[in-house]
Design a protein around this ligand. Structure first.
Ligand code: NAD
Length: 443
């Protein structure tokens, strides 16, 4: 099928690469000229395992095109996806300006029937706004179209794998012809069993927010229990295993840490709270999930500040991990950003390392005297007063502890992801602070 995708970010690019990989004829459109120029040279603008190979292979075969010119891309498309950003606006709602701009662009150019699917995460009722924007732009021109919702559930860091083997594909449309088109489009991804769930548009839009809200709730829940465990002298890792073994609860998404980040959970929870406000519902639970997470992002700094008795001024701190989670270079809303900001405010210097996010860190944080971005995790330790771990990259799981001890001026580790065992760290001679791991030096 001929598919056009607006937006070559995490979602649009992965969608384009994967749809072309299974044989569809895909054109990706973006307003960012540098990004499109890079993609035409085979350079992926983001780090995502397996993505660049798919881009290069399918671009070479002609099945995946990149352009900044929407006209021909709209003309040839049977299905058009809107996969542009929906960042929070100043009051926390999802900003729909990019989504509606694409709707108007499509309407201005289309001359025959089009199916327009929203893949961006958008508040309930947005598809109706997209249809209205199209109708208004058509200004009486008689061109038929359908609008559907097809929210995306891929995880950064495993986006290609998730797209290729989705748990489910949600399609919001009750029109048989639209359902048939979407079935055909996604047939290669549903070979061994049907994974497409059809529903009305509004339910599809809400399903995406509900999924993210559920996952964020699990994280804030375990972080709340972790904070209690610290005060009660209990170990959250024992508690986690104790509850995860209950099949009604399960082990996934109950890892304590220094707060969730990324491009989705923080903004989507805030947008859902805003949606609730707009329909006069007080979303008490969602507000708490957001508040708990906000507080959790300061836990590492609080632990450092307590350990050094408020005397962080002039100290150098080593930070391992800057991306919001492993296997991505995305730093949007990363816990590391809050920590760095608090350390700088306290007068500390930072030596930081991340396996993938160094360029992104440089772009975001610029050149500043108090921050040194270094090329290896070992260099980050040199002469630092403490090591802080913000992201659970695999390469941090089993480091050379003797070297860490040798390089730090004091053997102290603040572990925002509970990578190590407190008793073992104590035997190795470290002061070790995890999240939710009892009281005292092991707390
Ligand atoms: P992104 O910010 O990485 O990319 C958005 C892209 O859209 C940019 O390249 C931008 O230049 C482009 N764009 C903006 N206006 C445009 C226009 N008029 N025409 C063409 N291109 C335009 O965003 P993302 O992370 O891919 O997220 C896109 C949407 O998908 C958001 O609503 C997000 O919430 C949702 N989503 C994201 C993820 C994720 O893991 N990142 C997962 C599921 C859903």
């Amino acid at each position: 099928m001929k598919v056009t995708i607006f937006g070559t970010g995490y979602v649009g690019l992965v969608t384009g690469a994967c749809l072309s990989e299974v044989g569809h004829d895909v054109t990706c459109v973006d307003v960012d000229e540098d990004k499109i120029a890079g993609l035409n040279e085979g350079v992926a603008p983001i780090y995502e395992p397996g993505l660049e190979q798919l881009i290069v292979g399918n671009h070479a075969s002609g099945r995946l095109q990149f352009t900044t010119d929407p006209t021909a891309a709209i003309e040839r498309a049977e299905v058009i996806f809107i996969a542009v950003g929906t960042p929070p606006d100043e009051n926390g709602s999802a900003d729909l300006q990019y989504v509606l701009e694409v709707a108007r662009t499509v309407a201005a150019e289309m001359t025959g029937y089009k199916l327009i699917c929203t893949k961006s995460t958008v508040p309930v009722g947005t598809s109706e706004k997209v249809a209205e924007a199209i109708t208004a732009t058509l200004a009486g021109r008689d061109v038929p179209f359908e609008v559907a919702s097809n929210p995306e559930f891929l995880k950064e860091g495993a986006a290609v794998a998730d797209f290729m083997r989705p748990d489910r594909i949600i399609v919001g449309s009750e029109k048989p012809a639209v359902q048939e088109t979407m079935r055909e489009l996604y047939a290669p991804f549903t070979v061994n069993h049907d994974r497409i769930v059809f529903m009305d548009i509004r339910s599809a839009e809400l399903t995406k927010y509900a999924a993210n809200a559920m996952l964020a709730t699990k994280i804030s829940f375990i972080n709340e229990i972790a904070n209690l465990a610290e005060r009660l002298g209990a170990d959250i890792e024992n508690v986690r295993q104790g509850i995860g073994s209950d099949s009604r609860i399960g082990y996934s998404f109950i890892y304590p840490g220094c707060g969730y980040g990324g491009s989705c959970f923080p903004k989507d929870i805030k947008a859902l709270i805003k949606t609730a406000e707009e329909c006069f519902y007080d979303a008490t639970l969602l507000r708490s999930v957001d508040d708990v997470n906000d507080r959790q992002k300061s836990r590492l700094f609080e632990k450092l500040n307590d350990h050094f008795k408020g005397a962080l001024d002039g100290l150098t701190i080593a930070v391992w991990g800057l991306s919001f989670k492993p296997e991505t270079d995305d730093m949007r809303e990363a816990a590391s950003l809050r920590l760095l900001e608090q350390l700088f405010d306290a007068g500390a210097n930072v030596q930081a390392y991340d396996p993938q996010a160094m360029e992104e860190a440089q772009r975001r944080l610029g050149h500043r005297g108090e921050l040194t971005l270094v090329g290896t995790k070992e260099t980050a330790l040199r002469g630092a007063a403490a090591l802080v771990i913000c992201t659970e990259w695999r390469s941090f799981r089993s480091p050379d502890f003797d070297l860490i001890k040798q390089e730090l001026t004091e053997p102290v580790i603040f572990d925002g992801r509970n990578l190590y065992e407190p008793s073992r760290m104590k035997r190795r001679g470290f002061a070790y602070y995890g999240i939710g791991r009892g009281i005292g030096t092991n707390g």
